[in-house]
Design a binder for this molecule. Structure first.
Ligand code: PLP
Length: 386
């Protein structure tokens, strides 16, 4: 199949990069473990394949699949989400440059820019991206090179207007990067909204089964793609063939999984509204969520992540996490199984003491694709034990 053809999402998810094997007709292309490729005379490469860090057919298939789903012309697959972010930032930043970031992003992203890039002379400022006038002012003051946002955000589920921010940033020549891990391309396609680069932790919904760590970048600009491609090749944080294959397999069922994640998350969120132990339910699928209308416009569904702000504060949040029986207490998200996470001490421990610190009363649910009634009952029994 060719890039960006007119087929629907699931047809592209299942067939992009998955042409049956030419030798055997194997419907699932074999996983290519070879690190090196025979040359027909010195420099006589077959289809450009030379060495596994540079190119690998299994990784290429995943990259084609990702590009088609995000509507980009280039995709690059990495060993983790953070490896993808690192390669992108090294490709675009120079010492003295500044990054302007939303104030509610994945803790590891903030840590990467603050603690690793900070040592190499990169400045970082975080702010609330729902304040568009504030963003204009900040851009005027800082002249940042990169604007980095996550929507819905992690873990407070804030929704940011990608098209509006992209317009403001592009007027000032700034690169707009959207971490689309929470929404996935099934629910939101940031490139179509004006973003320049999409970042994924494929470890989450794209892999979808909590059994493979990976990351990706998707973009349209040929020149930037070649600079990032050079980082991928020269610094070498590529995804291995088995990891790439598992991710491709996961992506084939993304649409059916996301439909069920959205359905179950909506059910859990609605059951929690008005519950005595719950001060706020943070889920963009609720009419009461401040980003509901924007999410309805910019997304095709509200996703599987729900955060709860518990009335009983830290003690209640800790007891709640430890009382759930179907939800497993663990880091990460986006797998078929439901997980609960206590951000202030788990995923977001690295931003404690910064402006991004997550309140101690917040718990984050990754609502899986089990039976909705079992998940609602589990959350209710845990609240009853507070
Ligand atoms: C997990 C995550 C990352 C980091 O990805 P890794 O695969 O763990 O390196 C980045 N952004 C978001 C939103 C995440 O959830």
């Amino acid at each position: 199949m060719t890039t960006n053809d007119n087929h629907g999402f699931s047809t592209r998810a299942i067939h992009a990069g998955q042409t049956p094997d030419e030798t055997t007709g194997a419907v699932i292309p074999p996983v290519h473990f070879s690190t090196t490729y025979a040359q027909d005379g010195i420099g006589g490469l077959r289809n450009g394949y030379e060495y596994g860090r540079g190119t690998n057919p299994t990784r290429d298939a995943l990259q084609q699949q990702l590009a088609e789903l995000e509507g980009g012309t280039h995709a690059l697959s990495f060993a983790s989400g953070l490896a993808a972010e690192d390669a992108l930032l090294r490709a675009v930043l120079e010492p003295g440059n500044h990054v302007l970031m939303g104030d509610d992003v994945y803790g590891g992203t903030h840590r990467l820019v603050r603690r690793i890039f900070g040592q190499w002379g990169i400045g970082l400022t975080t702010m609330d991206f729902s304040d568009l006038d504030g963003v204009r002012t900040m851009i005027g003051q800082l002249a940042p090179k990169v604007l980095w946002l996550e929507t819905p955000s992690n873990p407070l589920m804030k929704v940011t207007d990608v098209a509006a921010l992209a317009e403001i940033a592009h007027d000032a020549g700034i690169l707009v990067v959207v971490d689309n891990t929470f929404a996935t391309p099934y629910l939101q396609t940031p490139l179509a909204l004006g973003a320049d680069v999409v970042v994924h932790s494929t470890t989450k919904y794209l892999g979808g089964h909590s059994d493979v760590v990976g990351g990706a970048l998707v973009l349209n600009d040929d020149e930037l793609a070649s600079r990032v491609g050079f980082q991928q090749f020269a610094a070498g944080a590529v995804s291995g063939p088995m990891d790439a294959w598992l991710t491709t397999r996961g992506i084939k069922t993304l649409a059916v999984r996301m439909d069920r994640h959205c359905h179950n998350a909506q059910a859990v969120a609605e059951a929690m509204v008005g519950h005595a132990g719950v001060a706020r339910v943070l889920y963009p699928g609720l009419d009461s969520h401040p980003g509901h209308e924007l999410a309805a416009r910019q997304m095709r569904g509200f996703g599987g992540m729900v955060s709860l702000d518990l009335t009983g504060g830290e003690g209640a949040a800790r007891r709640f996490c430890e009382s759930l029986e179907v939800f497993t207490l663990a880091e990460s998200l986006g797998g078929v199984e439901s997980l609960v996470n206590y951000p202030s001490e788990m995923t977001h421990a690295s931003v404690r003491g910064t402006a991004l610190e997550v309140p101690a009363s917040i718990v984050r649910l990754s609502v899986g694709i089990e039976d909705a009634a079992d998940l609602v009952a589990d959350v209710e029994q845990a609240l009853a034990r507070l």
